[in-house]
Design a protein. Sequence first.
Length: 337
Amino acid sequence: MRVALDAMGGDAAPKECVQGALRALSERPQLQVALVGLEDKIREELDGESYDAERLEIVPATQVVAANERPADALRKKRDSSIVRSFTLVREGGADAVVSAGNTGAVVGAATVLWKLIPGVRRAGIAVALGTQSHHTVLIDVGANIYCKPQHLVHYGLMASVYAERVLGTENPRVALLNIGSEEGKGNELVKETQRLFAEAPFNYVGHAEGNDVFSELADVIVCEGFVGNVVLKVAEGLSERMHRQFDAVMESATFGRENPESVEILREFRRRTDYAEIGGAALLGVNGTCLIAHGRSDRRAISNAVQLAHRFAEAQVVDVIKDGVENARSALHREG
């Protein structure tokens, strides 16, 4: 399996991307990585590093999409960007998956245009695994589609179930629909209509989830429209960052560390479990290929974990399983979206 890594994507590119690739290669012997981007910049970062040239290749691209560029303009004007070249490499059979910490809109656009959507799927969705002490809950969609129809949400539930089962190892994942209350009849028209379709859908639907259930163990998959999901994700990230700063301040206290060594280890483990870098990236589901979108602030650990997650996705043949699931569910999802 070979992962195409957009080496120019992210706030600390290409340094952290290159270091993340090297780290992933050292931790996963069967992995190969193609670093896609400005060749001279990538070689500067590789200078002096020890690596297997048969497992790490540079694929040149002459352009870079900036984080603040309009996705449509970037895709039209920068056809040799590291983002476009990464997706083209997979389309041409030169790689099995793409990882990028670059412009999210451009990544989604490139995947949709160059790979197309899975037959029967009308909108791609971004799925992120949010960690708790004992398991991860997959939240979908967190920003790819803010104008959802009920059929889109049904596909999201189906696709995220495959993610939870095939990649995260969750048996018969429980799927919930995010709502303002758990009672029947609550919610807007989108939620009410989606609830009816969820009851007929070929996955383990367990009812509504409220905002405070996102980090509980009520469900393994929580489905919502992209606008709501993005707000939930950003609130969670902000809270996590604040907690981590508080934990770091406590752990750096010499007095606390000497007197409470066991507590320090507990805090460190909790910090690790709630750090976005632990998973590495969010999966773009619904397109004809494996794509992981990493956080723009990703460091080498996050990039390494994203690359390894993409490798697991490709190995588990998630896209093929989703295709089969969507095809088999056509009778339940009979209305056009």
